[in-house]
Design a protein around this ligand. Sequence first.
Ligand SMILES: Cc1ncc(COP(=O)(O)O)c(C=O)c1O
Length: 385
Amino acid sequence: MKLREQVNTTLESPIEAVSALREKYAGQYQVLDLAQGVPGFRLNPSIRDKLASKILQDDTGDYVPRAGMPSLRASLASSLSGIYQANIFSENILITNGANQAYCAAISALAAPGDEVILAVPYYFNHHSWLHLQNIKPIYLHTYPTLVPNSADADRLVTKRTKAIVVTTPGNPTGVTIPAPVVLELYKLAKRHGIALILDETYRAFSTETLPHLLFQQPNWGEHVISLYSFSKEHGMPGYRVGAAIASPYIINAMMKFSESVAVCAPRIGQEAALAVLESKNGWRVSKIEEVRKKRELTSLVFATDPGGFHLESVGAIYGWLYHPFRGEPTIAVVKRLALELGIFALPGTIFTDTDTRALRICFAGQSATAIEELGPRLRSLRTK
Ligand SMILES: Cc1ncc(COP(=O)(O)O)c(C=O)c1O
């Protein structure tokens, strides 16, 4: 049988490609795995204990309503209303198999093959791959040098075929938080053109902003806004596969046609875990996020002197975005040298961008302070090819 062209030309899993490199590594250094986007902590142990008793209940293996457990939707709506200082209701929430599925459902509700979606660059690679698989044209909104999308630049990219603008804040891979006034400008642009603004807010909890944006305070915001949320990183529970979309009931209904066909509903045990984290005291989560903040500061410190010529362009959430000094050498070759010579595993920026900008993404959050400090001397020892 023959595969579709889009499948053949879609990026293979970058994380698995790095794992394959790891298997080849035979150096004397201890491995520093900065490739996978992990928060460096796992689900609160006291919640795991609670879940253990859920497993023994008869109905834990049952389906739940396709929009999600009513108790979870209500609890998330109430938590989000507090965070955004706005009125968000259960009807605005769709519980999904992670933020990735929420994104796919949003795109599938809005765009058909041949349509266009504006994607802020650097983008999260799965946002790109889903567009590619669907034969929807990504239109690149470059954000250099600030790494913050500009609404005037976005305006110039809108055509009759544009269905949405997609931004991630804080960003993966850059960690950059888009300031609330800029988010509002992007919203006004979407409104002017009658299209959607899709915001992936998977890393919201790691941002230093207290009020991420004002979109949910706008009258009739649901006509143009779809926000995506993930329990994976904030609560250290990616394998439970729980995320959400926050949108108008009309859009939620449209998205459900996709999510029901794909997965019926998000896993019930994951939803129980998500409900338990929302109902638990905040202290544990706050302390974990504080640990990530300290590692972020340490990462900035380590890169303050551009060790080995590696320049930290931005750092935020759980990521750092670096530029390597080897002009003329493809970034993928630098990534391989870092891995095989120094045991440092990072992702090449080329999986997040449409051109090679000499960038690499590192995730520092999964590392100890000692490991982060060791990056400096190791990078300094990398020779020019
Ligand atoms: C921006 C962004 N969105 C979505 C996801 C996936 O989240 P989930 O595990 O909720 O599907 C990730 C994971 O790395 C991400 O970085």
